[in-house]
Design a protein. Structure first.
Length: 182
């Protein structure tokens, strides 16, 4: 089962669950409810953001164990396929189309914002695609780090500590691909 988009986490009034994973770049926070991923946060969460974020969730180290293991394996340099359901109810039709197309970017490859806009069926919407990438609530699962500027520069990255994470993720995925072809 690949990454599957769902419109709403069932029983959204139910308190969600979160787990904190340790990685070489820092913590990765995975949150959701009823087996549906709602958020992934990369890096440390400020006290203010943590209080807001954690208010709707309770800690559960057993939340989505197969996805936890896939993320751990990913950060250890293994090539993985993420199998999970993600909540995209926050996104409009345009955003969802762009996010779906973004999941088609292969590991170790990058597309420009312009190319992603074209692939999504909106060839003149590169700037709007950048906005969608900035709003992505589940980085890595929807690999917005693989989207760069047309001139080959990285562009922005709103997850984690910004470009540090984006650079690392891109290099990490290139290393994974190199290892798999040996």
């Amino acid at each position: 089962m690949p990454v599957i988009f769902v419109d709403k986490a069932q029983n959204s009034l139910e308190k969600g669950q979160y787990v904190r994973l340790s990685t070489v770049l820092g913590p990765v926070w995975l949150a959701g409810r009823n087996g549906v991923v709602e958020h992934i946060f990369l890096g440390a969460i400020s006290r203010e953001k943590g209080e807001t974020f954690l208010a709707g969730y309770r800690k559960n180290n057993a939340f989505l164990p197969s996805l936890q293991q896939a993320l751990i394996d990913y950060f250890k340099g293994k090539q993985v396929k993420f199998n999970c359901r993600i909540d995209v109810s926050w996104a409009g039709d345009f955003d969802q189309q762009v996010l779906r197309c973004c999941t088609k970017i292969p590991t170790g490859k990058t597309w420009s914002y312009q190319e992603l806009a074209r692939q999504a069926g909106y060839p003149s919407a590169a700037r709007a695609v950048g906005g969608v990438m900035a709003r992505n609530r589940v980085p890595i699962l929807i690999p917005c780090h693989r989207v760069i500027r047309s001139d080959g520069s990285l562009g922005g990255y709103s997850a984690g500590t910004g470009l540090k994470w984006k650079k690392w993720l891109l290099q990490h995925e290139n290393d994974i691909i190199k290892k798999s072809t040996l």
